[in-house]
Design a protein around this ligand. Structure first.
Ligand SMILES: *Cc1c(COP(=O)(O)O)cnc(C)c1O
Length: 394
């Protein structure tokens, strides 16, 4: 896909925040559908099918039932009592680590797999970095009787043997990508290229709030369940009903978008936490990659740069277009955390609460632990996943 620099252009956005971005799929000056001619029709078909399905109580009921009986929803809201005492604030954890396959990714994938079947598709195509989205895709495909083809950088395949083994055990085909740095960015380019020749039989199952319209909107809607549940759970837990801070880590931004969607219409301060080496919201520039106009890490020639983080899920050099828009509006702020801070936060949560979080999720917690939050605050942190996969990296 094209990697190029584009000058900012101001556009008016109507409607409520985190609503339907409309047929152009725009979030302020971000979003859109920058794909080859041959994929425009396929993206439109996905959009039409999603619009119809999302308005259909039958589809919503089917998805809710899978989320409940299969994926383990609703996930608990855990008051972190020991850590709260140490911090002098009230810390609540939204436990996506307890969802099936160990992260929030299953929410999105079950939605897209059901949609694919509704569209008469027989196969899912996905990209994966560390393998978490690949495993979730392989899982949903197995459950719903679809084939799965997962593109993964050859370098990531070497680093993430266990997830490759899991995907193959679940019956997915894992395709090694040998181009570029042989990581997530290259796997995504290759997967989209492959989709061009297979749009009749296959649905592209994007793993975050990225890619051409309707993906950023659709993936956010499938992840909205995190924020909607947390909103109800906070109302039962907190005297003020809504926390002062709502904090989530941001790779592409799907767990954060799903969490924020439940609180965007409240006074809660929304904070997205990026890895220091993947800080696209903080240090990125406007560009187009993988079909979407957003903020990307780039060199002086506009070539997309590599992201680096100890948390493989934060290793993507861009953020979803809606996050870029929320940042511009000042509705959410985006901060960064170093590898060392994330590791320290993961260890502290393990020792105080008996929960080993994914290193991605530990970024969100690390920002809270830094101490910038006034004492007495109420803070919701989304724990996007569990840490078993990271134990080898510590
Ligand atoms: C994939 C992943 C992330 C990053 O993805 P987002 O789209 O930013 O949510 C974060 N945490 C975990 C556990 C992941 O697997």
């Amino acid at each position: 896909m094209a990697e190029l620099l584009i000058r900012p252009r101001r556009e008016v956005t109507r409607g409520p925040l985190m609503g339907d971005p409309g047929a152009l799929g725009r979030f302020g000056e971000y979003g859109g559908r920058y794909v080859p001619e041959s994929l425009i029709g396929a993206c439109r078909e996905v959009e039409d099918a999603f619009r119809e399905a999302w308005a259909d109580p039958g589809f919503r009921g089917q998805l809710d039932r899978l989320l409940t009986t299969y994926a383990g929803r609703p996930t608990p809201l855990t008051p972190a009592l020991n850590l709260s005492t140490e911090l002098g604030s009230t810390l609540l954890l939204k436990r996506e680590d307890l969802a099936h396959t160990g992260s929030h990714k299953i929410n999105n994938v079950l939605g897209q797999a059901l949609l694919a079947r509704r569209m008469g598709r027989t196969r899912l195509i996905a990209e994966t970095g560390a393998g978490q989205h690949g495993v979730a895709t392989a899982t949903a495909a197995a459950l719903l009787g679809l084939r799965a083809t997962v593109f993964m950088g050859a370098h990531d395949i070497e680093r993430q043997g266990l997830n490759v083994f899991r995907m193959r055990m679940l019956g997915a085909e894992v395709v090694p990508v040998h181009t570029g740095a042989r990581t997530l960015k290259d796997a995504t380019s290759e997967a989209m290229r492959h989709w061009v020749g297979a749009t009749e039989e296959a649905h592209y199952c994007m793993g975050s709030v990225l890619g051409p319209a309707p993906y950023p909107w659709m993936v956010r809607e499938f992840q909205r369940v995190i924020g909607d549940e947390a909103r109800r759970q906070c109302a039962a837990e907190l005297r003020a009903a809504v926390p002062d801070y709502v904090v989530a880590c941001v790779g592409g931004g799907s767990n954060a978008a799903g969490t924020f969607a439940g609180f965007v219409d409240t006074p809660a301060r929304l904070v997205g936490v990026e890895a220091d080496g993947g800080a696209s919201a903080s240090r990125g520039r406007l560009g187009v990659l993988h079909g979407v106009r957003s903020m990307f890490l780039q060199d002086d020639d506009g070539q997309v740069a590599e992201a680096h983080s100890i948390a493989a899920g934060l290793d993507y050099p861009g953020i979803g277009p809606e996050h870029a828009h929320l940042r511009d509006l000042g509705r959410a702020r985006y901060v960064t955390v170093t590898d060392d801070e994330a590791v320290a936060a993961a260890t502290r949560l393990a020792r105080t609460e008996g929960i080993i979080p994914a290193l991605e999720s530990a970024h969100a917690l690390a920002w809270v632990l830094r101490g910038g939050i006034p004492a007495g605050s109420t803070v919701l942190v989304t724990l996007s996943g569990r840490g078993d996969k990271d134990l080898g990296a510590l």
